[in-house]
Design a protein around this ligand. Sequence first.
Ligand code: GDP
Ligand code: CA
Length: 336
Amino acid sequence: MRIVVLTGGIGGAKFLVGVRAYARRTGAEVTAVVNVGDDAVLHGLRVCPDLDSVMYTLGGGADAQRGWGRAGETWAVKEELTAYRAEPTWFGLGDRDIATHLVRTTMMNAGYPLSAVTDALCVRWNPGVRMIPATDDRLETHVVVSDPDPAPPAQRAIHFQEWWVRHRGALPTHRFVFVGAAQAEPAPGVLDALAAADVVLIAPSNPVVSVAPVLAVPGIREALVGGAAPVVGVSPIIGDAPVRGMADRCLAVLDVPCTAAAVAGLYGSRRSGGVLDGWLVDPVDAAAETDGVPVRAVPLWMTDETATAQMVAAAVELAGSVEPAGTRPRPDGVAR
Ligand code: GDP
Ligand code: CA
């Protein structure tokens, strides 16, 4: 079986640990298509937070307590940069993490696309799933805010990292813009993986700033909408709250309630032009009304690998039980 997972960073990485465990048990092949909308150039270095969260977590190098970055991290470079007052002082890069960004930036300056660089970095981390950035092209999530400083307040767009890390998402916020998305192409391998997939899973990642930028790459959403494989999403919301992270804040910007049902509504049913054939929710949300998308309720707390692998098994089972809405014949010529 071939499983493709659309994913962001920390929540997606935890989910992928379970996907990998499920795949090891069943012999499935896993491809993760990872958001790049959070990527930024900081101090001259190309930083890819979601790719790195996935790579470090699956590679056993993530800091489990902090939830992001490298285990055993030190901060000497950050302290030196702060002493120089080198902006952005609000974004901390750890010393170990910087090595990753140095290798990546050097390779990219030499002309390698991000997907090839990711492959190269994964030789060290051996994540056990194939990791592909959604695109090799520039795609950055920016946030349109009313900036009170300098007065009078004016609307301007700031990078997602500045919005979240510097301002904690607290500025009056109007919308998210995926800069470059319209011109971006799926990275090599993304469309092939989707075309060959037996099931596509949408990780319980932030729907607004992790999954939406992936779907904004022309060709990717279309591959889901028209593809042969069933698409099952896993709710990042349990009991009207994001378990961890800022999905509530991002959903509020879109005027979407922070509920499992509302997130399913945001993705939409494949029968009406959306991407979902099935939606996995936690038992506390079992009554979620999803406009015709079949729902299954299982515990969605990703407390450990075993619990998460059980979620994945339920998602795959749900995928097998729904009639996928897509009409495109599978590569083997068999329409489903
Ligand atoms: P980021 O890119 O690092 O922000 O990470 P993601 O977008 O991949 O995932 C963040 C989301 O994961 C959060 O907004 C939460 O809603 C969700 N999340 C975190 N832990 C859990 C969990 O244990 N269960 C579920 N269902 N969702 C979770
Ligand atoms: Ca992210």
